[in-house]
Design a binder for this molecule. Structure first.
Ligand code: HEM
Length: 424
């Protein structure tokens, strides 16, 4: 295994030599039997993967991403309403916002008012949780060493992922439930713009991708699994930063009040006029990268880099955490300081912490959607609420010291804080 701590080396290998460094670890023993072979992020750098990327890139590129703005705004309205009605459940509301945006943008699915009882949400959450469990180090090592495990009967007590047929059933449900619902809406002429509908239309006559419907079904099924937890976690990191750095929060609010005013909420058209809010967004991605070790790449062939031999099959681990801590680029890296993305005239610099989205051909195809979703939620929260430290029953300030989820995605677990309305 090769752990890459430097952004420059990561670019040199995975971007400049992307033909050689876009494979994934060989997980063939588990992908098909456990139903994970739908997952764009896990499959090899082959013709199936190219079909997936074509679908996601064409429908999520910056030139067309604007069509999902109405979904992002609708979900932001619901988020503000939820935060107003039940502020103590802020953590859950941020995750619900993230789920709503992805399901809306991908399948034109509008969450029901009571998300707990939304059968599509249930299906994708069950599938995603299982997929994340299965693709973590423990199960991969066990299943690769003991492929016979896939036949473990369901009545033997063990982890949820132990029975392969059961996993496959849940994965199929995650992929098919929202897809079939959209097909029905399309047949009734009731479907709005969304990634799946746009892809079915755009690629209907294509000969370039074999079995295009399967590619659309599977790559879009990956979008929820790859996009919900990451987008929601980034917003939770932002919340922590605002609680810990009140002067940053005040400056961002002052910029919104000055440029947008108090009569309306900021929208994505305001983004270029709000450099400080943009800097807060970039610093949030840098400060605590939510996928700290990205997704490992693998070398398709032997290579020599900087005098070192990299054998065929070497697993390359991009250490995004170390890149975010590069003190030559980001002095005092543990401090949340948006000013590092501003020049002397307080304009935004050209530096974007793109490493947070990975590298080369495998770079996150949902990054433009994620960027708009996180930004709109951040800007509208800043305009509408002050996020403050909580007080205990005696009126003493409670310092947030959250525990962090450990796994492929890293984010603060629920911590006490108050969302105090600014506009009454
Ligand atoms: C702030 C939010 C997000 C972050 C930080 C993030 C980060 C990442 C990272 C680090 C990777 C691994 C890239 C690599 O292997 O080099 C990745 C892959 C991926 N992401 Fe995201 N992501 C986010 C949101 C999204 C969204 C909203 C979607 C879908 C709409 C999405 C879809 C994907 C897919 C499909 C892959 C696999 C790409 C491949 O293997 O070819 N992500 N993401």
């Amino acid at each position: 295994m090769l752990i890459v701590n430097s952004e420059k080396v990561a670019d040199n290998l995975m971007d400049k030599r992307s033909l050689n460094y876009s494979d994934r670890m060989d997980m063939s023993k588990m992908l098909k039997p456990y139903g994970l072979d739908f997952d764009t992020a896990l499959i090899q750098h082959d013709v199936t993967w190219r079909g997936h990327r074509r679908v996601l890139q064409q429908t999520l590129r910056p030139e067309v991403i604007g069509v999902y703005q109405s979904t992002q705004l609708r979900c932001a309205v619901d988020l503000l309403q939820n935060l107003t009605c039940t502020p103590a459940s802020w953590w859950k509301h941020l995750r619900t916002f993230s789920a709503a945006v992805i399901l809306g943008a991908t399948y034109d699915h509008e969450l029901s008012k009571d998300p707990e009882n939304d059968h599509i949400l249930r299906a994708v959450v069950d599938g995603m949780e299982l997929a994340l469990e299965l693709s973590s180090a423990g199960p991969i090592a066990l299943i690769s060493a003991l492929p016979i495990l896939k036949y473990l009967p369901t009545w033997i007590p063990g982890p949820r992922w132990a029975n392969a047929a059961n996993c496959k059933r849940l994965m199929d449900e995650m992929i098919n439930a929202p897809f079939e619902e959209l097909l029905k809406k399309m047949a009734a002429g009731e479907a709005g713009h969304c990634v799946v509908a746009d892809a079915l239309e755009k690629f209907k006559d294509t000969t370039k991708v074999e079995n295009i419907e399967r590619s659309i079904r599977n790559s879009c099924g990956t979008a929820y699994a790859a996009g919900e937890e990451t987008t929601g976690s980034t917003l939770i990191v932002f919340t922590l930063a605002m609680v810990l750095y009140p002067s940053v929060q005040k400056r961002a609010q002052a910029e919104i009040d000055r440029i947008v005013g108090a009569d309306r909420l900021p929208d994505l058209n305001d983004r270029p006029s709000l450099p400080y809010v943009e800097a807060v967004f970039r610093e949030t991605l840098r400060w605590k990268p939510v996928v700290p070790l990205a997704i490992p790449h693998a070398a398709a062939n032997e290579d020599i880099y900087d005098g070192y031999l990299i054998p065929k099959g070497t697993v390359i681990l991009p250490n995004l955490w170390a890149m975010s801590r590069d003190s030559t680029k980001y002095p005092f890296p543990d401090v949340f300081d948006p000013e590092r993305f501003l020049d002397a005239d307080e304009n935004i610099t050209g530096d974007t912490p793109n490493f947070a989205f990975g590298f080369g051909r495998r770079i996150c195809p949902g990054r433009h959607l994620a960027s708009g979703s996180v930004w709109i939620a951040m800007a509208q929260i800043l305009a509408s609420f002050s996020i403050e430290k909580a007080k205990d029953t005696s009126g003493n300030t409670v310092e947030p010291n959250p525990e962090w989820a450990t796994g492929a995605t890293s984010y603060p677990l629920q911590f006490p804080c108050n969302f105090v309305p600014r506009r009454l």
